[in-house]
Design a binder for this molecule. Sequence first.
Ligand code: UTP
Length: 297
Amino acid sequence: MTTKRAVKAVIPAAGLATRFLPATKAVPKELLPVVDRPVLQYIVEEAASAGITDVLLVTGRGKTAMVDHFDRRPDVEARLEEKGDHERLAAVRRSSELADIYTCRQGEPLGLGHAVGCAASHVGDNPFAVLLGDEFVEEDKPLLPAMLDLQARTGGIVLAFMEVAPEETSRYGIASIRESDLGEDVVEVTGLVEKPAPGEAPSNLAVLGRYVLPGSIFDVIADTKPGNGGEIQLTDAMAAMLADGVPVHGIVYRGHRYDTGMPLGYLQAVVQLAVQRPDLGEEFRAWLTEFVGGRKG
Ligand code: UTP
């Protein structure tokens, strides 16, 4: 079976971000800067480089600044033009040129499944990508293109996995799998277990925040009852489709995934990306080395 490649992406970004309070009381975690770009921009860039230019942000109360970030700023642009700061001017314009940004509201954060369900009328009966609003992958090792191609081949659900250490399985959704002949690093998913204790996990493959889903999931989400934590879970809707015979595959991602949903992962992302930056990496690395060696306060 070969269907159309997904051309739309949905970014659920309406959660309460309790793990990052109090910073996220008034500022969405999706707008926290990693060096000089908000997390959300890395995610929209990831979608755009995979050829997706129709991006729906699922937002909630206090989150409208996320949409503003992708708008033009003629006043700022005029000032930078006057100053002859062409580099910053290009950077400011870039965020408004990446994709066509649409928004819809999730009135209450009733769960990830519910947030994705809010995209039903925008997406319609087409396959689409879901990119969680607080994680992104290495720019040089893209993941989404292979996921989109695979979904167009199977017509089913495509997930992404990362390998985790056995003692870490209790922090993630873990897949049970069997081999697949659909490509290197492709596995067939036979089940998903939420946060299994070490020793009880069916594999070491943890679900990463990227999904490519068929439009038929919207009807299933509408019928999904609140599950874990009283929330409507995307995992439950996917499990129902799996039980119904919909093919579910996963791609094992070999690059680095940045998780900015809580302070430790966020700090690691900032440091990792800062040392890679051509403009400030060298100086930052030298300072960091001295700091870690206890020679700098
Ligand atoms: P998380 O599980 O990280 O939840 O959601 P959260 O509320 O953002 O953060 P914590 O756990 O309280 O710290 C994963 C993604 O799904 C979105 C979030 O915004 C995040 O990008 N989400 C989650 C919604 O859009 N709506 C929801 O009801 C739940």
